[in-house]
Design a protein around this ligand. Structure first.
Ligand SMILES: [Zn+2]
Length: 103
């Protein structure tokens, strides 16, 4: 699974030599993040954020409710070394407090 994801990610990025960011060249969501369609072990397809798949591919599967985000500030970056996990439930509370529309 993760090897297939690694190849998928590597085939969909171009590396920025200055920042070492892996810039996503595939689909981009309305909120400006890379996204892609993946098929899970049950052959169900779903949309996932590119940084989430990169995290799963190169580091680990995050615990429930945890999501990957960029620490370099580039929403299109999927370099696993530029990613950290955050608690998505906390973030959605923060976004709704700011009245930002969720995807
Ligand atoms: Zn980056």
């Amino acid at each position: 699974m993760s090897q297939r994801y690694q190849e998928l990610i590597k085939a969909s990025v171009s590396v920025d030599k200055d920042s070492d960011c892996w810039l996503w060249r595939g689909q981009i969501s309305n909120s400006g993040y890379g996204r892609l369609m993946v098929r899970d072990e049950h052959r169900q397809t779903r949309i996932e954020s590119a940084q989430q798949i990169s995290y799963i591919a190169f580091i680990n599967t995050p615990a429930d409710g945890m999501m990957a985000r960029q620490v370099c500030g580039n929403r299109l970056c999927v370099n696993p070394q530029h990613l950290e996990l955050f608690d998505a439930r906390t973030r959605s509370q923060r976004l709704s407090a700011l009245n930002i529309q969720q995807r």
